[in-house]
Design a protein around this ligand. Structure first.
Ligand SMILES: [Zn+2]
Ligand SMILES: [Zn+2]
Length: 361
């Protein structure tokens, strides 16, 4: 087991530290000034962390399959059930809108999901180089550039790491952060679109199913509570056909399934997308959010104000994030599928006081 030697070694170091300090000695082969209660905590809980990491790594594949299967099921319903309905009942203008918007949204979702899952998030260099670094990774034993963090699931140092996403089975970092956010954004838009445009269909389908239930209860040849036995009205062995077909029932059920799924995902993913939009506006990642709020509190105790060095101003943060270098890029790089590289190499970062306007658009 990979974690065992590390775990035991860390624990032994900590125990050695305690016994040394008790005897009034402060120097040993194992002790150094970085050994503290965090090391003991890490050592004791390392098997737990390892198990969580292992399970998340394994579940990543299941989660990706779930995303593909659920999205495909909505697509099948849209093409098999909704499209014929739209083509036969809607006006040409509405048909054009639904066909154009639906396909654009679908392409954006598929493109960004594929890119987010398949693009490497960007790893910290393992060979000697001149990149300035801020600390050393305790797990990889390599220098960590600014904004780089170690991912326990990928077991590597990730450049500008945001989080490890089980729905992508990939880390979200410098090279795929934009794809991840765009996927969340367009998936939310797609869900909201399905939910709003399918609301009337959902109500109709729901009422129809309720009506079928009553018809099932009231149809002749079946005993009805309080009405006495109605068996015998029809000749024995002959049952009347219901006033709806199996196909009708399946169409209504699939519309209800689609509406419930897209509405639920729309709300949940919408909340996540808004939260990430707030973070991007502030120029911080999910991990930096915790670090920055800690630093803000720490500095406040000293009567000082903490400023995020990677916050270039709201609009500039978005330009840097989307790689917008001229006005047309808002369309070609944000609203259309684009595989352009992100701003910067993820190793060296411009700090706010040094360079104020990174991309003067
Ligand atoms: Zn590392
Ligand atoms: Zn990861």
């Amino acid at each position: 087991m990979r974690w065992c030697p590390n775990s035991v070694l860390h624990l032994l170091r900590s125990v050695r530290l305690r016994s040394c300090t008790r005897r009034g000695r402060t120097r040993s082969l194992y002790f150094n000034s970085l050994t503290d209660s965090d090391v003991v905590f890490d050592s004791i809980f390392e098997p737990v962390f390892w198990t969580v990491d292992y399970v998340t790594r394994w579940f990543g594949v299941v989660f990706v399959c779930l995303v593909v299967i659920l999205t495909s099921s909505i697509l099948v319903i849209a093409y098999v059930v909704l499209l014929p309905l739209i083509l036969s009942t809607y006006s040409p203008a509405w048909i054009a809108w639904h066909v154009c918007y639906g396909h654009w949204n679908l392409i954006m979702i598929a493109f960004h999901y594929y890119k987010a899952a398949k693009t490497s998030p960007g790893y910290s260099p393992t060979e000697k180089n001149d990149t300035p670094f801020v600390s050393v990774c305790k797990k990889c034993i390599i220098p960590k550039p600014a904004r780089t963090h170690h991912c326990g699931i990928c077991n590597r140092c990730i450049l500008k790491m945001d989080h490890h996403c089980p729905w992508l089975n990939n880390c979200v970092g410098h090279l795929n952060h934009r794809y991840f956010f765009s996927f969340c954004l367009f998936m939310t838009l797609g869900c909201v679109y399905c939910s709003i445009s399918g609301r009337n269909l959902f109500l109709e389908a729901y009422n129809a199913l309720e009506r079928y239930k009553h018809l099932d209860v009231e149809k002749p040849g079946v005993p009805v509570t309080g009405m006495g036995l109605l068996i015998g009205i029809l000749p024995p062995g002959q049952t009347p056909a219901p006033p709806y077909t199996f196909k009708d029932k399946m169409i209504h059920k699939s519309i209800i399934y689609m509406w419930v799924l897209t509405s639920t995902v729309g709300v949940a993913l919408g909340a996540l997308t808004i939260w990430h939009a707030v973070l991007i506006s502030r120029g911080e990642t999910s991990i930096e959010r915790h670090i920055n709020s800690k630093e803000t509190k720490r500095m406040a105790k000293w009567g000082k104000e903490y400023k995020n060095p990677f916050n270039y101003g709201k609009l500039n943060n978005w330009k840097v994030f989307f790689g917008v270098e001229k006005k047309s890029h808002w369309v070609t790089r944000v609203l259309l599928p684009s595989g352009h590289a992100p701003h910067g190499d993820g190793l060296k970062w411009d700090v706010f006081p040094v360079k104020k306007d990174l991309i003067p658009v």
